[in-house]
Design a protein around this ligand. Structure first.
Ligand SMILES: [Fe+2]
Ligand SMILES: [Fe+2]
Length: 194
């Protein structure tokens, strides 16, 4: 897909996750909730940047719309939204990120860009190879929106931090790949293959 990720998910990941459709839908619904929450935190912690607030507000709304779609499909299939579980993927990314006020914003924007990119990669794989035709359509229907979110976060990082965003993106891209590649397989959107 040309997503410039540091590690490409093999198609076998879809084969492994396909039998766990309810678990995957529940985790995916939580991913959408977390994406909305992440956007709200970015807004709440950076109110001095109106362009950031304007760019991220529609993303928060769209992530909640995605949550509604995935939740509807989950319940239609007789599933229930499970408890929100800790994410070793997101935890690994945030452990490797900066804590200073300014550099933290850069890292938060780039991590949001990377998570959107990885989610897009996984949704694209699911929309291409999942055996359930209805799920393929649902996952595929989210791709354009996640691609746009991914671009918005990178655009904000570039606008605010210029060339510094490029070198930090290289570092965080490597971190993201290392974290994900080392994760065990689980019926989750951001699981590894170990
Ligand atoms: Fe989404
Ligand atoms: Fe998104």
């Amino acid at each position: 897909m040309g997503l410039d990720l540091g590690w490409a998910t093999p198609v076998e990941w879809v084969e492994r996750i396909a039998p766990y459709e309810l678990e995957l839908l529940s985790d995916h619904a939580h991913c959408e909730l977390k994406a909305a929450a992440m956007g709200q935190v970015l807004i709440a912690k950076n109110p001095e940047y109106p362009t950031l607030v304007e760019a991220i507000t529609p993303i928060v709304i769209e992530e909640m719309q995605h949550f509604g779609l995935v939740f509807e499909e989950l319940t239609r299939r007789g599933g229930q939204l499970g408890e929100q579980m800790p994410s070793p993927y997101a935890d690994g990314l945030h452990r490797g990120s900066a804590e200073g006020r300014t550099s933290m914003l850069l890292d938060r924007l780039l991590i949001a860009h990377l998570i959107e990119g990885r989610s897009l990669e996984r949704l694209h794989l699911l929309s291409s190879f999942h055996p359930d035709v209805k799920l393929r359509a649902m996952f595929g229907g989210l791709c354009a929106s996640e691609a746009q979110h991914r671009a918005v976060f990178l655009g904000l990082a570039a606008d605010f931090f210029g060339v510094a965003a490029n070198s930090r993106l290289d570092e965080l891209t490597r971190l993201e790949a290392t974290v994900l590649e080392g994760l065990s397989f689980a019926p989750r959107v951001h699981s590894g293959m170990c």
